[in-house]
Design a protein around this ligand. Structure first.
Ligand code: FAD
Length: 569
């Protein structure tokens, strides 16, 4: 059998399999070997996580990889992310503040049974002509920048060797290349997770007899959401799977919920009894007998990296590079962006192009994006017991995500060097401003925490009641020419700046008793509670007033008296 390849992919999980398909679709005569240590097919439902997809990763699976047909037939459609917040009557789900879409969504996403999906991807990659070896454990990689690399692996007790032009490390947490070249980087964000699968369908609509609450959404829609039950320091997920099983997980900050309070199934059950009594009552009986399909844990799951792509013709894909946090389900998004950068490098190199500039630009962009994403999570589990702050944070995080990264990805901008230069090269570039504004808002949420402690009940908030969110989401896939795209990102940034100011004015009025009607420079936003804080700029030409429409949107997410009422109070 041929023992020389264009690309050897280390690991056949989601990242490795999708990378192999992306490359093969683009260049049918490429030769690819995927080495996967698992002996046989993946188990249905159990063991892997990565079940809930959001817009960017969904676009990748459906449009870039053309898996729309498979996804619609074999996996579940998803009805967005849904959150239930802390209150004093958690036994009554209908009384908790609920955030999530009410009506069917125009933009698709999916709940994936990872076993079913990976088995399909394995079949597909072979059908397209890629070689996939199961039971093949990679035992060594020799990178030879001047010639061909050598990959060694053990199969059936024997060591084999193959040579290749490119090595793509998709070995997940085994991180073959990161360990070999020692390019790990400390990650400050700390959280732990435990998850398990239960046999059967769990529909939270049946967790109450309250007909009005049940009928507020079309039947089956709550069931199709990724459900989050939240309180200080944690969230508990419930995700339906196409195989008619259900995925449950606890994700928590050890500062509030030490890992040893939920790192075995028995402890997780007890943890639910204390923190989520209704989930305990409804889920525990289903785990009895043979109902419990698996139980997995991961301590300090977030990890970082100093390198992703190399001019020596290797790259990392998926979790063998950086991984941040499962909140908002961005795992597949990162696989999508990462695979698109890596594919572009491989394809251009195979076409004889010098890829040095692209390696540097893509790596900088990838790592900058990861760094900009960290503040979404770092210390933010402390906010999870605060409904008002979390509602605003979730809306802000979605607005930012849809308006910039999703829109850029759907327009193939992340691999377009001139667009990336335009966005990120100068300090005043829109990409840099985006990162700055996002960090300022994440800091605001933490600064606000000591001043906001109200518990709320009996409310439903639909993100799509906010026109600005609705528009950002609906426009993700609208295609633009490069110049027009930059202009559109500029308009989106302008809306984000207005949104930031509109949120800040209400928070500042509540915390500092300031007028809710002031002009504010969004890049100076802070509550003045921290030593060395920058002066709030309310005077210069950079200070802005949000439009009426944006203020109206922000009023939807504000649980206290509305802006106008505060002004007259
Ligand atoms: C708690 C938690 C919840 C999550 N929830 C979501 C979610 O809802 N949505 C989402 O999009 N993402 C989610 N993620 C992220 C998601 O799990 C990852 O993005 C995804 O699984 C990474 O895929 P991968 O292919 O990189 O790694 P893996 O799926 O781990 O694949 C790596 C493969 O490499 C193989 N391998 C390892 N070492 C070797 C070797 N030496 N030789 C040969 N093969 C080898 C392994 O057998 C494996 O098949 C979650 C993550 C966590 C921690």
């Amino acid at each position: 059998m041929n023992d020389q390849y264009d690309v050897v992919v280390l690991g056949g999980g989601l990242a490795g399999l999708t990378l192999s398909l992306q490359l093969k679709n683009a260049k049918p005569d490429i030769s690819i070997l995927i080495l996967e240590r698992r002996e046989s097919e993946a188990a249905t439902a159990a063991h892997k996580v990565g079940e809930s997809t959001v817009e960017l990763g969904t676009h990748y699976l459906r449009e870039v990889l053309d898996l729309k047909g498979y996804l619609e037939k074999h996996e579940l459609p998803k009805h967005g992310l849904r959150f239930f917040f802390k209150n004093d009557t958690k036994e009554d789900i209908a009384s908790r503040v609920e955030l999530g879409p009410r009506l069917r969504l125009p933009v698709p996403s999916h709940q994936l049974d990872r076993g079913t999906l990976e088995n399909y991807l394995m079949k597909l990659t072979r059908q397209k002509g890629n070689r996939l070896e199961l039971g093949a454990k990679v035992s060594g990689v020799d990178i030879d920048a001047a010639s061909m690399h050598t990959v060694s692996y053990i199969k059936d007790g024997e060591e084999k060797k193959v040579t290749c032009r490119w090595v793509a490390d998709a070995s997940g947490r085994s991180s073959v290349l990161k360990r070999k070249f020692q390019f790990q980087k400390p990650m400050e964000h700390h959280a732990n997770a435990a998850w398990w699968r239960l046999k059967g369908v769990i529909d939270i609509d049946t967790w109450t007899d309250d007909k009005e609450w049940q009928n507020f959404l079309e039947p089956n829609l709550r069931y199709l959401s990724t459900v989050h039950f939240m309180d200080s320091g944690y969230w508990l997920w419930v995700i339906p799977l196409g195989s008619k099983n259900t995925s449950i997980g606890i994700v928590a900050d050890p500062a509030v919920h030490p890992f040893d309070t939920f790192n075995t199934y028995e402890k997780a059950v007890e943890w639910m009894r204390v923190n989520e009594p209704l989930a305990h009552k409804m889920l525990v009986p289903l785990g009895e007998g043979d109902g419990l399909m698996d139980f997995k844990i991961l301590k300090h799951y977030a990890h970082h990296t100093q390198k992703v792509y190399s001019t020596d013709r290797w790259g990392t894909a998926g979790e063998s590079g950086p991984f941040l946090d499962p909140l908002y389900s961005p795992g597949t998004d990162f696989i999508a962006m990462n695979n698109s950068w890596l594919s572009e490098l491989i394809l251009r190199d195979l076409a004889g192009e010098d890829i040095e500039t692209r390696v540097n630009v893509y790596e900088q962009c990838h790592l900058a994006l990861v760094d900009a994403w960290i503040p979404i999570y770092q210390n933010k589990y402390l906010l999870m017991g605060n409904t008002q702050i979390m509602v605003i944070k979730i809306f802000w995080d979605w607005a930012v995500y849809w308006a910039v990264p999703c829109h850029l990805f759907a327009n193939k901008a992340f691999t377009n060097i001139s667009i990336l230069r335009e966005l990120f090269a100068s300090k005043k570039g829109l990409g840099r401003k985006f990162g700055q504004l996002h960090q300022i808002m994440q800091d605001l949420f933490l600064e606000w925490l000591p001043y906001e402690n109200q518990t709320f009940s009996n409310r439903y908030i639909d993100p799509f009641d906010l026109k600005v969110l609705q528009k950002f989401q609906q426009d993700i896939e609208v295609q633009h020419e490069p110049a027009e795209l930059i202009e559109q990102i500029g308009k989106n940034m302008n809306l984000l700046e207005q949104l930031a100011v509109a949120i800040f004015r209400l928070v500042n009025a509540q915390v500092n008793g300031a007028s809710p009607d002031i002009k504010v420079n969004p890049y100076t936003i802070n509550l003045g509670k921290k030593e060395g804080a920058v002066m709030l700029d309310t005077e210069s030409e950079n200070a802005i007033v949000p439009s009426e429409a944006v203020m109206k949107d922000v009023d939807v997410m504000w649980f206290y008296p509305k802006a106008k009422e505060m002004e007259t109070a």
